[in-house]
Design a protein around this ligand. Sequence first.
Ligand SMILES: Nc1ncnc2c1ncn2[C@@H]1O[C@H](COP(=O)(O)OP(=O)(O)OP(=O)(O)O)[C@@H](O)[C@H]1O
Ligand SMILES: Cc1cn([C@H]2C[C@H](O)[C@@H](COP(=O)(O)O)O2)c(=O)[nH]c1=O
Length: 215
Amino acid sequence: MRSSPLEAEVQKGRFITFEGIDGAGKSSQIAAVVSLLGARGLVVEQSREPGGTRLGESLRELLLHEPMHLETEAMLMFAARREHLAARIEPALLRGEWVVCDRFSDATYAYQVGGRGLEPEKFAALETWVHPGLQPDLTLLFDLPPEVAASRVASTGADPDRFEREQRDFFVRVREAYLERARHAPGRICVIDANRSPEQIREEIETLIKERFFA
Ligand SMILES: Nc1ncnc2c1ncn2[C@@H]1O[C@H](COP(=O)(O)OP(=O)(O)OP(=O)(O)O)[C@@H](O)[C@H]1O
Ligand SMILES: Cc1cn([C@H]2C[C@H](O)[C@@H](COP(=O)(O)O)O2)c(=O)[nH]c1=O
């Protein structure tokens, strides 16, 4: 059995991911992109990580609330991702559908390598094992100062999870790791200035998607 059907078969759909530190403002923009694609008659599978499957959502509960060793955290992120790829992402792409996902492996690089200090070689080994040859077609990285993001998270009034409770230094490292990853994949990762109004951000993203996929 092949570990990833997309290694050998032709991927017909498109895979778009959204990334950024907690509170960057991804959620409402994801909804706008899903409607934009839907209005063009495309079938869109919307999902999130960690999560996206029943098992993945159970792992999400543990990841967001149970203290654990950083390598356990990294491996559980990739375990949830393996299930998500097999059950939803790869079948949808092979059917020619579009997948829009809130976070993917760039988040593991940013949070576990950048934020927690996981060795980059261990991240690379997991990434190669779990999705050899597959990367998103487009990643929108919402970039903003951690203090702005933290005040947005606080303004929701929701109980913060294990990641949201981290201090500013952690998010400074996560942000820097995201930007480093973007520097290494400039054709795939587009950095969006998320410290603007939702309307300005939506306009930029719509233009970007039209130019990238429909021009
Ligand atoms: N551009 C913006 N300007 C000001 N506030 C915003 C903006 N975008 C989102 N918000 C607000 O910030 C809060 C967090 O936004 P949202 O949930 O979309 O972020 P997120 O990136 O999905 O966060 P997380 O990754 O933590 O789930 C919400 O209260 C939202 O209304
Ligand atoms: C995929 C992934 C996620 N995380 C962290 C990032 C966030 O703090 C949470 C998910 O919550 P969200 O509000 O739905 O964005 O999980 C991570 O540390 N590593 C990952 O690979």
